[in-house]
Design a protein around this ligand. Structure first.
Ligand SMILES: Nc1ncnc2c1ncn2[C@@H]1O[C@H](COP(=O)(O)OP(=O)(O)O)[C@@H](O)[C@H]1O
Ligand SMILES: [Mg+2]
Ligand SMILES: [Zn+2]
Length: 370
């Protein structure tokens, strides 16, 4: 595949930005009414569409079709055909300045930025400043930015993005329109991955694709780069390959292991663990996944409404398994003790050369008396 997936499949319209309905609604309405603000703050986990939305706004502010065609403008979208739209898509727009605050915090960078803000756009209507990871700007840079935001020049639009909203000084964030980008539900991620493999004519097992989606923890970027990694490996694209690449077992094995443990079957549990260990999987990761899985099963036992939340992180079949395990629990205190031992085991494993031992001990401790 010639193009990196995340570039090739970056949404080019708000309609393609999945799972951020509220953000999309407000921004497209602003676009329809020509009420683009001068400063935005996009915050939320990585890979949820912040930079994508920033570029969409940059296109909308400068789209020529929106100026010449009143009816088109009512769509609240960029045309993706005019010169500014195309240039912004290709990343060669002089008036769209993308800055990574994590690496551009020097005095010179800020002086340059200040200078840049003062000057009018070279060929567009608006000059757009997209400042990524804005919470990492230096004190000097923040001061400069603050001055600008107090009286932004009419030709400039600032789009600040961050994964850590609480680290952005209130003096800055209070001068912006703030938007929260949500972690994406597994179904949206799966939907997009399916669209990508279909378009590219790639054959991949459904359970392998599901593991990619669930491993991405709500980040499209992670899901897409994982998919790309799997494709580039050139192996059979099945569950085992994906597990190997991730170095972690998929849901099926975590689920099977949890089932054996909850059934209090010590022998089978130990054998299953030995198999997983032999296959070279990361046991620390396995323990972490197991703890999270058991915790969800336990919590579901006490509050079945949690099923709705789980549907954001798990596939339908996986949610069914959680429910089934929860129903099978007779004595919740045993599961609580087990989780406590696993947590203890987990913290020991991370600093121990014997990763298997703390995990085994935790399990034996809890299942032995039966
Ligand atoms: N909400 C979304 N809908 C569809 N694809 C998305 C979404 N968010 C991110 N992506 C995909 O992930 C890639 C990285 O997204 P990006 O906007 O750079 O994330 P962020 O800036 O929030 O870290 C995009 O190129 C796109 O392919
Ligand atoms: Mg980004
Ligand atoms: Zn356009």
């Amino acid at each position: 595949m010639a193009l990196a997936i995340y570039r090739k499949y970056r949404p080019r319209t708000f309609a393609d930005l999945l799972g951020q309905e509220l953000v999309v609604e407000i921004l497209t309405n602003a676009a329809k009414m020509d009420k683009i603000s001068h400063a935005y703050l996009f915050h939320g986990p990585r890979g949820t569409g912040k930079t994508t939305a920033a570029r969409l706004l940059a296109k909308i502010a400068n789209c020529e079709t929106r100026v010449s065609d009143e009816i088109f403008k009512k769509k609240g979208e960029p045309c993706n055909k005019c010169r500014p739209c195309k240039e912004i898509d290709s990343g060669f727009a002089l008036d769209v300045i993308e800055l990574d605050a994590a690496s551009n915090t020097g005095v010179d960078d800020i002086r340059e930025l200040k200078e840049g803000i003062r000057l009018s756009p070279t060929s567009y209507k608006y000059k757009i400043f997209i400042i990524d990871e804005v919470h990492r700007l230096s004190k000097n840079a923040f001061d400069a930015l603050l001055k600008t935001l107090e009286e932004p020049p009419s030709h400039a639009i600032f789009i600040l993005a961050t994964t850590e909203e609480d680290k952005v000084p209130l003096t800055i964030s209070s001068r912006t329109q703030r938007f929260h980008f949500r972690r994406l539900p597994i179904q949206s991620i799966l939907q997009k991955l399916e669209m990508i493999v279909k378009t590219e004519g790639i054959k991949i097992a459904p359970d392998a694709l599901e593991l990619i989606a669930t491993s991405s923890e709500g980040s499209f970027r992670d899901a897409e780069s994982l998919l790309e990694q799997v494709i580039n490996m050139g192996e059979a694209m099945d569950l085992e390959s994906v597990e190997r690449i991730l170095g972690k077992v998929g849901f099926i094995r975590t689920d099977a292991l949890a089932g054996l443990i909850l059934a209090q079957d010590l022998e089978k549990t130990l054998e299953y663990l030995a198999d997983i260990n032999e296959a070279g999987f990361n046991l620390v990761q396995l323990t972490k996944d197991l703890i999270h899985y058991l915790r969800r099963i336990l919590a579901y036992k006490f509050d079945s409404k949690l099923g709705e939340y789980y549907e954001r992180e798990f596939t339908i079949n996986e949610v069914e398994s959680i429910k089934k395990h929860a129903d099978s629990i007779k004595d919740p205190t045993k599961v609580i003790d087990l989780i406590k031992s696993l947590i203890r085991g987990y913290s020991q494993m991370r600093y121990s050369p014997f990763t298997l031992v703390p995990l085994e001990i935790a399990i034996i401790e809890n299942l032995k008396s039966n």
